[in-house]
Design a protein around this ligand. Structure first.
Ligand code: FE
Ligand code: ZN
Ligand code: FE
Length: 170
């Protein structure tokens, strides 16, 4: 991290970290879309890929409001979460089991993002950056919705299929 004189400096650094994290996610989601067997799961990933592009736009608006250049700094947290998820893509798992594992990998991503946005929103509010807080709150809400949607899919058939075989096929 460059020299830090104020919370503003840490805030900008963390925004750049998240900007990079969201970009990593736009590269990972197409692989999850390809790997998913359940059509509903595939659609959930597709929706969240669209949302992720909007999230990147909102982060760019936040940089604009701060008069800072929109650029990323490597997010090691997201790299780590995504490289753990790669195992799911490589293994020759049967469809429903793979879907259950994909959901688990994706929910780690959503929870990581939820944690970071929660902190960034609190800091933005503390610094009186209410417009930025609103932009980040939109991103946070999409992450929470994505997480809930994934839980719902897991619990409304995919986990059962993973345990009992292809019975509740979709
Ligand atoms: Fe995101
Ligand atoms: Zn990070
Ligand atoms: Fe997300």
């Amino acid at each position: 991290m460059p020299e830090v004189h104020s919370l503003h400096d840490v805030f900008v650094h963390e925004l750049r970290d998240m900007y990079n994290a969201e970009q990593q996610i736009t590269k990972a989601l197409p692989k999850l879309i390809k790997a998913a067997e359940s059509e509903d799961l595939r659609e959930a990933f597709e929706t969240h890929l669209d949302e992720t592009h909007s999230q990147i736009d909102r982060l760019e608006q936040a940089f604009d409001l701060l008069d800072e250049k929109a650029r990323g700094v490597a997010c090691d947290g997201m790299s780590g979460i995504l490289s753990e998820g790669r195992m799911v893509l490589e293994d020759g798992m049967p469809g429903p089991i793979r879907d259950a594992a994909l959901i688990g990998a994706a929910q780690r991503v959503e929870h990581y993002e939820t944690a970071v946005y929660g902190t960034l929103i609190a800091w933005a509010k503390a610094m009186g950056q209410n417009q930025i807080a609103d932009l980040l709150t939109s991103n946070l809400q999409e992450e929470k919705n994505a997480d809930e949607k994934l839980s719902q899919l897991a619990e409304s058939g995919i986990n059962d299929s993973a345990v009992h075989g292809n019975g509740a096929a979709r």
